[in-house]
Design a protein around this ligand. Sequence first.
Ligand code: SF4
Ligand code: SF4
Length: 193
Amino acid sequence: MAVTPVGDKMFAGTSIENCYQCGKCTAGCPLADQMDVTPNQLFRLVQLGEVEKVARCGAIWMCVSCFTCTGRCPQSVECVEIIDALREYAAEHGCAPPDLKRVILFQKAFLENIRRNGRINEVELIAEFKTRGFLQDLSLPFLMKDTLLAPRLMQRGKFHLTGEKAKDRDLVRRIFARCTTAEEPAANEGGAH
Ligand code: SF4
Ligand code: SF4
């Protein structure tokens, strides 16, 4: 198998070698026909060490993590974990398509919010996402977009002005810290292959 340092990281918990290209993941994927590269093709490219190329595909950002592919795979390939790792790689290495930069911003703001509060604080999340997005391109329409939705969401109990925090936030932070340190050695070890 062509293994790159990044390859090791994204294979955590699964073996991409086990994929024998049966296509069952793609056949069950509700978004496959909208993707520029189908799930099984993504995994084949990873097998071939074409990580950079895969990280530039729009498909990894279309995936909604429904886990259908993982559930259908006869080889127990952890498809969603691979796609998640590809997103991380794309975000870290600036490979993501330019029109998806806000998706990445949202992902970062979302994870940071969870790390800090142990659960989502909606006001804080929106403020952080909008501020980061606005600072990127100074787009006022982006800043104001969806503002009028807030009262309707609040009426339906889907949006809360006061966010709650998890009781044991230290535990959540420790989980994040462990995930981060677990990824780093894998990323470095790959050079030895
Ligand atoms: S279902 Fe599993 S083995 Fe089949 S192509 Fe998809 S990842 Fe590979
Ligand atoms: S998790 Fe993503 S790739 Fe897998 S079936 Fe769902 S949308 Fe498709």
